[in-house]
Design a binder for this molecule. Sequence first.
Ligand SMILES: [Fe+2]
Length: 197
Amino acid sequence: MVRDNRPRIEIDREKEMRTKEISQMIDEGGLGTRTFHYEIVKENSSKKGITSKTGVALNKLVANLGVFYIKLHQYHWYVTGSDFFTLHEKFEELYNDVSAHFDAFAERMIAKGEKPSSTLQEFLEHAVIEEKPYHDPISSEQMVGNIISDYEKLKRIAKAGITVAEEEGDNITEDMLIGYVEQIDLHLWMLRAFLNK
Ligand SMILES: [Fe+2]
């Protein structure tokens, strides 16, 4: 492929939208423009039943929330120490909230005629939120710190989704995502207050 001098993809919003194939092409210097990048994202995604940039963002949220739901259960089960009663209950509240959004975003995709990921394997493939088996103890502060970092990732994806939903004139999804970012901000405030940071 002939390369030109047009700007390369740099901003976070687009990193969140990259598939493995796209990342590989970028690493190989094969992608030059944002438009071309999105065309390939679209083409790549449509094979899996996702036909819009908004759908790509929603599916990314579905996958991440699927992983986050399990991770919050892990912390709910394994939290120990003087914060046990507070955090055991708080983590349950958070995974119930995650579950509601996980379902709502997937159903929004179906209502748009798109196909959300629906297996644990797909969630792990598409998620940036990481999980790991509970072998070594994690302090309650570390758990809360990890959850803050995960909510920040979700917020970045949701904000990127707001931008593309607006571009595509999907006001319903845009509204859902704005509401979700508002809720994430509340969670972040409370979790940071808990850590006194
Ligand atoms: Fe429980």
